[in-house]
Design a protein around this ligand. Structure first.
Ligand SMILES: Cc1cc2nc3c(=O)[nH]c(=O)nc-3n(C[C@H](O)[C@H](O)[C@H](O)COP(=O)(O)O)c2cc1C
Length: 176
């Protein structure tokens, strides 16, 4: 099977997940790992399965990934699986990151893309985003410290392992 792992990552968190998925997938399949800017929508049809990854920006998938999703034609031959990293703790996920899931699901439904599910985990935010969260979202000093102590560890070794398990699970479903 031919598999593409394509991703958009600004500060490296999503790239770590992409590499973990690629590592797993390339054990038994012809796999390619590419930044989204290296991929055109036409080339997606060369693949049987595409893992598409993004950093979460402004509560949704990052703009280059949304553009790629928008450009996918109806009923493509490839199957799609998603992954994203975000800076939200579980209590804030619905407000700050759940659109990422909706975007994958909505586009897949509208375009009749076979969507094989998604993986997500936290990724430490960059200093300007830390400042934003501290100022606008988690304004209590104690809660900020608790939040930052946890988020700074991600993506963790466990997150990478879970991403690999997700990739295996998707691949196992592709075997007819
Ligand atoms: C411009 C910008 C906007 C962001 N907006 C959100 C957001 O709305 N929700 C969220 O959970 N994280 C947000 N983040 C944090 C990133 O999604 C998170 O740190 C992610 O792991 C970054 O991935 P990367 O290192 O692959 O770029 C934002 C980051 C940036 C740079």
């Amino acid at each position: 099977m031919k598999v593409l792992v394509a991703y958009y990552s600004e500060t490296g968190n999503t790239e770590k997940i992409a590499r973990a998925i690629y590592e797993e997938v390339s054990k038994d399949h012809e796999a390619h790992l590419k930044k989204i800017k290296e991929v055109t929508v036409d080339t997606l049809n060369d693949y049987d399965l595409v893992f598409l990854g993004s950093a979460c920006h402004s509560t949704d998938l990052a703009a280059p990934v949304k553009r790629m999703l928008d450009a996918i034609p109806h009923s493509p031959r490839f199957k799609l699986a998603g992954f994203f990293t975000h800076a939200t703790s579980s209590g804030g996920f619905k407000r700050w990151a759940s659109k990422c899931i909706l975007s994958f699901q909505k586009t897949s439904k509208e375009k009749k893309i076979n969507f094989e599910g998604y993986y997500n985990c936290q990724g430490v935010p960059s200093p300007p985003i830390q400042e934003f969260i501290k100022r606008e979202v988690i304004t209590s000093a104690g809660e900020w410290e608790e939040y930052f102590e946890e988020v700074r560890k991600h993506p963790s070794i466990e997150d990478l392992q879970k991403a690999k398990e997700f990739a295996q699970e998707v691949l196992s479903r592709m075997k007819f």
